[in-house]
Design a protein around this ligand. Structure first.
Ligand SMILES: C[S@@+](CC[C@H](N)C(=O)[O-])C[C@H]1O[C@@H](n2cnc3c(N)ncnc32)[C@H](O)[C@@H]1O
Length: 295
């Protein structure tokens, strides 16, 4: 666990990220991860459902003719409709670059429909020489299109503020098994390999204990790897589109501090419940304009 600053490990801020970014000083954050809405043009909603046994006439039939009723446990949502998506992103990315330390890194999480436009935009803001990697997160879950290749990956663009002086700790990254361990010899096979820029990882399993009920929650395993590589121990990881707070949960687990921002009250409530359940994670709520966000 990170040493708390002013008695806390992190900060959760409710508000538009542009206003909160503008209130931060230059060069103060080690790692920014953002997973903005993907510009789907609709409200993103996740309903948590449970089926209960109901012989009096539930809405679905089950094994051996038993009847079941669907009960809605909760619903979380956020709006993903933008008149001009790149106009929305641009000032936020300019601010993110400003608040990154000279050794800092941005991970920008997006999908195949928007990634090319975002790459051109972020190249213009950071400089093409600051583009470090494109990580492909590949998963294999859910419905499959049959009239095109089923879309089963996200894209994470990685930019550094200074290509000559950025932080990247490959040794701290958890190693993974070789695909063909027989080809590398027993010693190497036992040690495993550093992941490449293609990451196979399951989505957050529905009904699993990691699941918070927030739409489009990203897996802790993905965020752990990002934090291990690109935020020094004790450093600050920020997520300005925080949702359920996955980046903060990974940071706190790994002994880093966090700053999480979301404009949706439901997201902040989900984060509050998530951190309450984590041992020793203390955080402070924040509103734009208040002093001492990172003090
Ligand atoms: C895809 S979700 C993030 C999910 C998150 N990575 C997780 O693991 O739970 C995007 C989030 O961005 C938030 N958001 C959208 N516009 C925002 C803005 N202008 N300022 C702050 N948050 C915003 C939404 O409320 C939503 O929670």
């Amino acid at each position: 666990m990170a040493e708390a600053i002013g008695g806390r490990v992190g900060t959760v801020a409710l508000g538009d990220n542009l206003a909160i970014l503008a209130s931060l000083p230059d060069d103060c954050i080690d790692l920014v991860y953002v997973d903005p809405p993907f510009n789907t043009g609709r409200r993103q909603t996740l309903r948590r459902l449970r089926t209960v046994h109901d012989d009096t006439g539930g809405d679905r039939a089950g094994f051996q003719g038993k009847r079941y009723r669907t009960v809605q446990l909760g619903v979380q949502s956020y709006l993903d409709v933008h008149d001009d998506y790149l106009d929305f992103l641009e000032p936020r990315i300019v601010e993110i670059r400003r608040v990154l330390k000279p050794s800092g890194t941005l991970y920008f999480h997006i999908d195949a429909r928007e990634v090319h436009y975002c790459k051109v935009l972020i190249d213009a803001i950071f400089g093409r020489e600051c583009f470090l990697s494109e990580v492909i997160w590949a998963y294999d879950y859910g419905a499959r299109a049959t009239r095109k290749w089923p879309a089963k990956h996200d894209n994470i663009l990685v930019y550094v503020k200074d290509p000559g002086g950025y932080f990247f700790d490959a040794e701290a990254v958890e190693r993974i098994p070789y695909m063909a361990p027989g080809l590398v010899g027993p010693e190497k096979a036992a040690r495993g390999k550093l992941p490449t820029d293609t990451w196979w990882h399951t989505i957050v399993p529905p009904g699993g204990k990691e699941r918070t009920g927030y739409p489009n929650q990203k897996p802790l395993g993905i965020l752990r790897r990002i934090v291990q590589a690109s935020c020094p121990p004790g450093g600050i990881t920020a997520d300005f589109f925080a949702g359920s707070g996955t980046a903060g949960a990974a940071a706190a687990e790994l002994g880093r501090r966090f700053l999480l921002v979301d404009s949706n009250l439901e997201a902040c409530q989900v984060m509050a419940a998530r951190f309450a359940a984590m041992d020793g994670v203390t955080y402070e709520g924040f509103e734009p304009g208040a002093a001492g966000l990172l003090a």
